[in-house]
Design a protein around this ligand. Structure first.
Ligand code: AMP
Length: 267
């Protein structure tokens, strides 16, 4: 695995390849990231993973500072997976040039997480636009756990006519049902049990009811042990409009807190 900290050196190297399959991450690697990387490795392209905790997408400085980082463990995982390239840029390397494309921010960025984390999606799209400019990947692997992020990146790529294909990957879960997340490293055993109960509760609701008032769900989830809920809403994943039904295309989207850790999921 070749490691690059400087975009120019990285570009010199990857210009000579047949094409790049790109897996952007913020590190704190877990089974979710690993599944994306394994899928990427199955393409005929070279796999490039980035680890960059992007300060611009954190609406709270405290959250940025406490975001789980474990570079030693991450490097070991990536080497074992035989990743071709790792890009570990500094903030300066990412933000000291002008990308060719302007960010396109679809109006869906104002809903769900966008309503509660001001500046989050502009920050995400800013960094993704820069990565796409530097790497020009043929394929980009992203997870459905961050459904809204995936949708917004897709819209940006289409609108700016960028020649990158997004590969949408299913959410990987722990045995207890909780979606794998770097933020889970900040949960204790008690929190993990609550998160598991919340997931199983939502799954039951989803398959038992065609509709239920989300406000009723809020009360139940607080009773299960969540400290605070930012939102719990139903959305149609084709139209990306709020929905009143629950079925395969209409999912429950949730963001809630356990202790001070903010978790998101869609079921
Ligand atoms: P992050 O490091 O949290 O920014 O995530 C990097 C990529 O991994 C994003 O495309 C996420 O959607 C994806 N990802 C994170 N958690 C999971 C998961 N549990 N299952 C599948 N993909 C995931």
């Amino acid at each position: 695995m070749k490691i690059f900290k400087d975009r120019k050196n990285l570009q010199n190297e990857i210009l000579n390849t047949k094409g790049i399959s790109f897996v952007p991450t913020m590190g704190g690697l877990h089974k979710g990231h690993i599944s994306l990387i394994k899928k990427s490795k199955k393409t005929k392209l070279k796999t490039l993973v980035s680890i960059f905790v992007n300060p611009k997408q954190f609406n709270e400085k405290k959250d940025f500072i406490s975001y789980p980082r474990n570079q030693k463990k991450d490097l070991k995982i990536l080497k074992n997976l035989k990743v071709d390239y790792l890009y570990l840029p500094s903030i300066k390397d990412i933000y000291s040039f002008k990308p060719k494309n302007k960010v396109f921010l679809d109006k869906f960025s104002k809903q769900l997480c966008g309503k509660y984390r001001k500046g989050h999606f502009p920050g995400v799209l800013n960094v993704v636009n820069r990565f796409l400019d530097i790497i020009k990947p043929k394929k980009l692997f992203m997870g459905k756990k961050d459904f809204q992020q995936l949708y917004l990146v897709k819209k940006h790529i289409i609108k700016r006519k960028i020649n990158t294909k997004i590969v949408e990957c299913e959410t990987i879960r722990e045995k207890n049902g909780v979606a794998c997340s770097s933020r889970n490293y900040r949960l204790n055993l008690k929190h993990k049990k609550v998160a598991s109960k919340i997931f199983h509760f939502l799954k039951k609701i989803k398959y038992k009811f065609n509709f239920i008032n989300p406000n009723l769900l809020k009360k139940e989830i607080i009773k299960l042990g969540a400290n605070k809920i930012d939102y719990i809403e139903f959305y149609n994943i084709r139209s990306f409009k709020r929905s009143k039904k629950l079925d395969k295309n209409n999912r429950i989207f949730i963001a809630y807190f356990l202790n001070n850790v903010r978790l998101i999921d869609n079921v």
